[in-house]
Ligand binder design. Structure first.
Ligand SMILES: NC(=O)c1ccc[n+]([C@@H]2O[C@H](COP(=O)([O-])OP(=O)(O)OC[C@H]3O[C@@H](n4cnc5c(N)ncnc54)[C@H](O)[C@@H]3O)[C@@H](O)[C@H]2O)c1
Length: 378
């Protein structure tokens, strides 16, 4: 039995989900919809799906799970409508642009006994799962301190529709933060409190994406584009998180954690694979490869694979969870907790005060290699 997916939001990220669906045993797409008919027509033709209006898709008998790949500002409206229509929903990140909306989504789904899943599912990939095994096995001792950093110069040079990145709900904290923060929560458990500072580095951005309908237009920046946060975890670990789209070049690693007996480097959490590095005491760094793991081999871009990109893995795990009546890993509680951290970072930076996080979550079960391989098509 496989669960049937209805896609809402046929933009940039939809291709990888549509292509990867064939890798997973328990999911298959039936229909798609978009506010822009040309977008749904394109994906319906390319992937042989029924093209429907959003309303018709939500009312469809042949849709069990709505995959919400709309822009962040539309996530809450679309997810709530899907739940109202009696569908499970899996959303791209962030779950919503406000904590209140995310809480409404999680509560509405619980009331109807429906599932909420949310990206990022990169945390279920080979590299973060290997990092989790290392941390849980005590190979670096109790984690004490660390640094996570996502630094670049914005999105207006590559994305066809970059305006949403610079509105509330966008910015590096809301856009890239979910990968880093979900990874930290996967490895260290939930965050208790936050201190932060931030700024808008450039008040305007000029779109230079070749072929974009916005080419040459100027975007007014309405959200912090450089933030430094200090995250205090319930476990006692403290991690500095730096997120900026105002940086031209840098030499900072994505994530480095330091425990009582050793240190661990986790590769870019935007991907599902990559090499980890571990050092014991004052010893040298030792590489830990993950390219032979189930979801670790480079597969993207298809013509010349450089990265492991198994987007849809969390959705496949949710589908299997529904079939087996067991919890799924990339779930609404974690997405809500991560959203509360992101909103808390902006609040702490804007209001210059310590913010405590009320919305807790449990660490999901690890995804071992056997269970991972069971999610794949044989
Ligand atoms: N592009 C990426 O590389 C990438 C990577 C990971 C995650 N994401 C996330 O995926 C989501 C979508 O990003 P994207 O890059 O595909 O954006 P996009 O702008 O390319 O596509 C979004 C699509 O959603 C449609 N849409 C907007 N509001 C809608 C509504 N209310 N109902 C129906 N359709 C609606 C738009 O018409 C558009 O076709 C975002 O949350 C983003 O953070 C994107």
């Amino acid at each position: 039995m496989s669960l049937r997916l209805g896609l809402i939001g046929c933009g940039n990220i939809s291709d990888i989900y549509l292509q990867n669906a064939a890798r997973f045993r328990d999911i298959r797409f039936t229909a798609c919809a978009d506010l822009k008919p040309e977008a749904s027509a394109r994906q319906s033709q390319r992937y042989s799906l029924a093209e429907r209006s959003v309303k018709a898709l939500l009312a469809s008998e042949d849709v069990d799970i709505v995959l919400n790949l709309t822009i962040p500002e539309a996530h809450a409206e679309v997810s709530l409508a899907a739940i109202e229509a009696g569908k499970h929903v899996y959303s791209e990140k962030p779950l919503a642009t406000t904590v209140r909306d995310a809480e409404r989504i999680v509560a509405a789904a619980k009331a109807k006994k429906l599932r909420v899943g949310a990206a990022p599912d990169t945390v279920l990939g080979a590299s973060v799962q290997e990092a989790r095994r290392i941390v849980d096995a005590g190979e670096i001792g109790k984690p004490l301190t660390g640094l996570a950093a996502v630094l670049s110069h914005g999105m207006e040079h590559w994305h066809p529709n970059p305006a949403f990145f610079f509105r509330p709900g966008g910015g590096p904290v809301f856009d890239m933060g979910p990968y880093y923060l979900s990874t930290l929560v996967t490895l260290l458990g939930p965050v208790a409190s936050i201190q932060a500072s931030g700024q808008i580095g450039f008040v305007e951005r000029k779109v230079t994406t070749p072929g974009s309908t916005m080419l040459g237009q100027t975007i007014k920046v309405e959200t912090l584009t450089s933030v430094q946060a200090l995250l205090d975890f319930h476990s006692g670990a403290q991690v500095t998180f730096i997120a900026s789209w105002d940086v031209w070049n840098h030499g900072v690693l994505p994530i480095e954690l330091h425990g009582e007996t050793g240190s661990l480097r986790v590769p870019d959490p935007n991907w599902f694979g990559g090499e980890l590095h571990i050092a014991e005491g004052r010893g040298d760094w030792r590489g830990v490869a993950t390219d032979k793991h189930v979801f670790g081999a480079a597969n993207w871009p298809a013509e010349k694979p450089q990265h492991a990109n198994y987007r849809g893995l969390g959705l496949a795990d949710m589908a299997r969870g529904i079939i087996d009546d067991r919890p799924h890993r990339a779930n609404g509680d974690i997405a809500l907790h991560v959203l509360a951290i992101m909103a808390g970072i902006l609040e702490a930076a804007t209001e210059k005060r310590l913010v405590t996080i009320r919305q807790g979550c449990a660490r999901p079960a690890p995804l071992d290699e056997l269970e991972a391989s069971n999610l794949r098509v044989d």
